[in-house]
Design a protein around this ligand. Sequence first.
Ligand code: CA
Length: 217
Amino acid sequence: MRLLLAEDDPLLGEGLKTALGREGYTVDWLKDGQQALQALTTEEYVAVILDLGLPNLDGHQILKKARAREVATPVLVLTARDGLCDKVTSLDMGADDYLSKPFEIEELFARIRALIRRSSGRSQPSLRYDDLLIDPATHQVSKKGKPVPLSNKEFSLLLYMLEHQGRPLSRSQLESQLYGWDQEVASNALQVHIHNLRKKLGKKLIKTVRGFGYMVP
Ligand code: CA
């Protein structure tokens, strides 16, 4: 589950990246508006956290340009506490939600989960697949009612694949969701995670799409 974080405040950015990473997200953090727009239009993200005051291109311009290019990625805007005008303008320019600074990290997590849920057309907070029950809020997975412990990466991969159920997903698409720009990836890392998920949750859960990648049928 790869997120784009566009925030030029080094302290806030670092804190958010760390906290979101611990929550199991892969975070690409950019401090420059122009670069953020570039990333948003070329890379695939499950959601974007967008600060409005960014150097070179502000958040509203990024939103406007990205939506004009038909980028459908859900966007959560970070605004100043009393920026009513900012909130209204952001929503009207295509933002999906906003959060006023300062905010509690738990609220940011919950809003991101809601954005991802809505963008995949789900109304239920938890996901059911066969005999599996997956709770994105607590990261708990159970099979036939019994809890199955997963690593952060395994959970993130499982959730992403379930959100894209029925669609073949390429290896590079899955790898980019698991690892951001600044992480070194072993060439068999994805295979290892898939192997573990099958072992823990059942062989039939993930189908290999020969020469391409994987899918949850
Ligand atoms: Ca700023």
